[in-house]
Design a protein around this ligand. Sequence first.
Ligand SMILES: Cc1cc2nc3c(=O)[nH]c(=O)nc-3n(C[C@H](O)[C@H](O)[C@H](O)COP(=O)(O)OP(=O)(O)OC[C@H]3O[C@@H](n4cnc5c(N)ncnc54)[C@H](O)[C@@H]3O)c2cc1C
Length: 357
Amino acid sequence: MKLALLNEVLGRSPWWAPRIFGTQAPDTGNAEILAHYGTEEQKAAYLQPLLEGEIVSSYSMTEPQGGSDPGVFKLRAERDGDEWVINGTKFFSSNARYAKFLIVMAVTNPDVGPYNGISMFVVPADTPGLRIERNIAVYGEPDEEGSHGLVQYENVRVPAAAMLGGEGQGFQVAQTRLGGGRVHHAMRAVGICARALDMMCERALSRHTKGSLLADKESVQGYIADSWMELQQFRLFVLQTAWKIDKYNDYARVREDIAASKVIAQKLLHDVVGRSIQVHGALGASNELNLCRWWMMSWITGFSDGPSEVHKRTVARQVLKQYQPAPGLWPTEHLPTRRAEARRKLGVEAPASSVPE
Ligand SMILES: Cc1cc2nc3c(=O)[nH]c(=O)nc-3n(C[C@H](O)[C@H](O)[C@H](O)COP(=O)(O)OP(=O)(O)OC[C@H]3O[C@@H](n4cnc5c(N)ncnc54)[C@H](O)[C@@H]3O)c2cc1C
């Protein structure tokens, strides 16, 4: 709950605040992995300086042929004596160019499928054979500021102790970072949307056109009302999710809430920031305001850390677990069946009626 309230504030400045307060992706997720699975030496070498803000880290999971499906991953780690030898390509490894170390997801046994055949390694960035081919920028960033590395691993050797978690447990290790990470994104989205709404309201009260303020136009009032109502609902939902995480201390138990919070975050960023762009007109579309960069975040939220389509499936499956199929031909709420059952229980005859049962 505390983190939710704090992230709301930090979310209002999505680039700088998380960095200043040490809650930025991918470092928070990597810190969680190291805290759970790192040896004391790894914690001293990587976790402590990461928490102190002295170093930056990278998470190397996505590959050029796909990120949402671990079944398509090809980057291999093969055992050679006391070492693992890593070969392959990773895509969109954020901050790889600044990182002191990368946490790398590698196939260690291609015969048993991704849920048992992938392992996680911590790889120092200066390990021979690790090469950044290029740094990709997301839309809105200047090319030279791109920081999402296309990283080549060519015979990269790490000691056996570089494995985080057990062999074949990479997927479970990844879940450790994702459970928290997803809901943190949602918490920060509350802050971004609140700021976009603030901007929308200020603009509506400042811009005069066709004889009245934008704030007096019914359609603009609709944008403001919809945005405010959706934001209130979203904020309370995120706080409830945080409260449940505190209460159960088990991400798996609130997986539908976490999945839903991320899906709603995408929609809200899209809708609220989009309306703010609309109300600002040309200025909203320009690089003199942050709105378009925030709007881009809605698309990124929709596929990073699992696509919204998959999160919706998770929500539906979890919800459906609470239900049973109807016991017979008719739904349990079928009125004629219920009336007949009530009469049977009460021992009363059906009235002669023209209304069909
Ligand atoms: C700004 C940014 C930072 C990133 N940082 C990192 C990082 O630090 N480390 C890292 O490893 N990766 C990172 N990524 C990559 C990110 O993890 C991937 O983009 C994500 O996993 C999706 O993979 P993909 O892009 O290959 O899309 P794909 O897997 O090709 O999916 C594309 C689309 O297909 C649809 N889709 C996919 N699967 C399904 C399904 N099962 N059912 C229905 N529809 C589906 C969805 O619409 C989805 O958006 C980053 C990406 C961005 C944009």
